[in-house]
Design a binder for this molecule. Structure first.
Ligand code: NDP
Length: 305
């Protein structure tokens, strides 16, 4: 049986370290770091994420400033708010919650955020710094995954890593961070030929595709470490019966509640083959918020201008 990599426990550890950093600022007579969160529209999942972020801010002493905008907000109004937050000396980090309602250009909005306040690490300037291996604000999810792997003492040098997914938010930056630590990295995606065979080469498999239970136990090399970034809600019983065949409790919950959260990896099957696996929920999810707050502290502590 594989070890479960407990993301919640590691997130607590990361948050404690942020809390101590905020405390150090206080003893130096500096104000608490400020995180501005911009939420446009009424996507229920986004509201849950923003609530969780705000609770985590309170826990570590970061000031969370929420800006809730109506669904029909114009691009010009959104950009005016971002410019205002860029100029606000009390704001160290700006996060525009994705997805934005249809009709709004999220790339344009994200590129407008000052790179020094870009706590999501999505600005091309910060992505460029990552590409060059220089310090900067890096995307929260892959940064937190790297922190989890380091905490568990996984030696990445020379290791064969496969990153499934090539988004700017997770897949690409994750691959760059693994490369920086001297892993041999393959990025796989929807056009990759013979995906199971590519995945089976991995000593470390990172799945970030958003397809429930795509990765079967037979795709995993025996003894591999598996990091499951995917967060999917499943409400289809036939799909559930297939992907939760080795996870009877999850299937039971699906039957009882009508839906259940799961990752891109079939957790029950992975537990029988891998040496360590992150669960969903309770794996990468809590780490991402901890990574965001660590970035907010970093932005507050960095010289401005
Ligand atoms: P995107 O949709 O931006 O990217 C998905 C990637 O997966 C694409 O590169 C796509 O390939 C690839 N892909 C899709 N289907 C397949 C397939 N059948 N076979 C192989 N590759 C495939 O997603 P994100 O990177 O934003 O998110 C991925 C998952 O991670 C989602 O479930 C999301 O909810 C979750 N997530 C979780 C976070 C957390 O905190 N735990 C944070 C961020 C995301 P192609 O490029 O060819 O289209």
């Amino acid at each position: 049986m594989a070890t479960i990599l407990d993301g919640k426990a590691h997130a607590d550890h990361m948050l404690e370290s942020v809390r101590r950093g905020v405390e150090v600022r206080r003893t130096q007579g500096l104000r608490a770091p400020g995180l501005a969160v911009v939420l446009v529209g009424d996507d229920p999942a986004s509201h849950v994420y923003v609530r969780n972020k705000s609770a985590a801010c309170t826990r570590v002493g970061i000031t969370s400033i929420e800006h809730r905008l109506a669904m029909d907000t114009s691009q010009a109004d959104l950009e005016a708010l971002i410019n205002q937050l860029n100029a606000d000396p009390e704001v160290d980090g700006i996060l525009v919650q994705l997805p934005l309602p249809k009709g709004l250009d999220s790339k344009r909005a994200l590129h407008l955020i000052s790179p020094a306040k870009d706590v999501d690490g999505f600005h091309p300037m910060n992505q460029g710094l990552l590409l060059e291996g220089l310090p900067g604000l890096r995307p929260c999810t892959p940064t937190a995954c790297m922190s989890l792997l380091a905490h568990h003492g996984l030696e990445l040098k020379g290791l064969r890593a496969v990153v499934l997914g090539r988004s700017e938010i997770v897949g690409k930056p994750m691959a760059l961070m693994l490369l920086e630590q001297h892993a041999t990295v393959t990025i796989a995606h929807s056009r990759t030929r013979d995906l199971p065979a590519v995945c089976r080469e991995a000593d470390l498999l990172v799945a970030a595709v958003g397809r429930p239970g795509l990765v079967e136990g037979s795709w995993i090399k025996p003894g591999a470490v598996v990091v499951d970034v995917g967060i999917n809600r499943v409400d289809d019983l036939a799909l559930g019966a297939r992907i939760f065949a080795a996870e009877p409790k999850k299937l039971e919950t699906l039957r009882a509640k009508g839906s259940v959260l799961c990752g891109d990896v079939r957790f029950g099957e992975a537990m029988q083959v891998a040496s360590a696996v992150t669960p969903v929920p309770g794996g990468v999810g809590p780490l991402t918020i901890a990574g965001l707050l660590a970035n907010t502290l970093l932005a507050a502590d960095s010289p401005k201008g």
